[in-house]
Design a protein. Structure first.
Length: 212
């Protein structure tokens, strides 16, 4: 029997949940415009780097910390804000976190403050009792899945090729989730410079479809 807590978590992380993730390309729109991501192989490489070395890993560590009993959520939220490398990335995590908290408050009658997305999710998911590695894996899968959907809409990439990319990233997601579940704040860090620069350049891009 599937646990209701797991069903709740998958609902919160589904594309149907109104966090506005569909409007955020995380800089992907920029690298597509620069012809740095042109097909399934280059998309997979770009996503793997973001997961391993960029916001994927950072969010995973922050989420792991937020899931711990007695976590200093204000400190984690401030840390998440400080780690955002650009105005758009900061707005992305804050807007989605606020939308998550607002919607959950509406359906559960549990007041949740607006925080950066991984911290907001950690605070909301902690009472569910779902293992940390599972929560983190589902979060990273949703993050990657959203970007694959954006790639399918924005570049010559079919639905099947997009799903192949996501399937090939599953071992990366599982490995990162397991590592992050045993991590501490001292494990924060990474270098996804190309993705960060793309996010900065996207802020002044003349023609834009996505917010980030």
């Amino acid at each position: 029997m599937v646990e209701p807590a797991l069903l709740a978590l998958t609902q919160w992380l589904s594309p149907a949940f109104p966090t506005g993730a569909f409007a955020c390309s995380h800089g992907l729109e920029r690298v597509v415009a620069l012809a740095e991501v042109t097909d399934a192989a280059t998309l997979e490489a770009w996503l793997a780097d973001v997961l391993r070395h960029g916001a994927g890993w950072q969010d995973a560590v922050l989420l792991a910390q937020a899931l711990k009993p007695g976590a200093d959520l204000d400190l984690l939220d401030a840390t998440a804000r400080a780690l955002a490398p650009s105005a758009e990335r900061l707005g992305e995590t804050l807007d989605q976190g606020a939308a998550l908290a607002r919607t959950l408050a509406g359906i559960t009658d549990r007041p949740l403050p607006a925080r950066a997305l991984p911290v907001a999710l950690g605070e909301a998911a902690r009472p569910l009792g779902v293992p940390a590695a599972t929560v983190i894996a589902l979060y990273l899968q949703a993050f990657a899945g959203n970007l694959v959907t954006i790639a399918v809409r924005h570049m010559p990439l079919g639905q099947t090729d997009g799903q192949r990319v996501l399937a090939r990233l599953a071992p990366v997601v599982a490995t990162l989730a397991a590592r992050a579940a045993d991590s501490g704040l001292e494990d924060l860090g990474g270098a996804a410079l190309s993705g960060d620069l793309a996010a900065m350049e996207h802020e002044t891009q003349d023609v834009r479809i996505f917010r980030t």
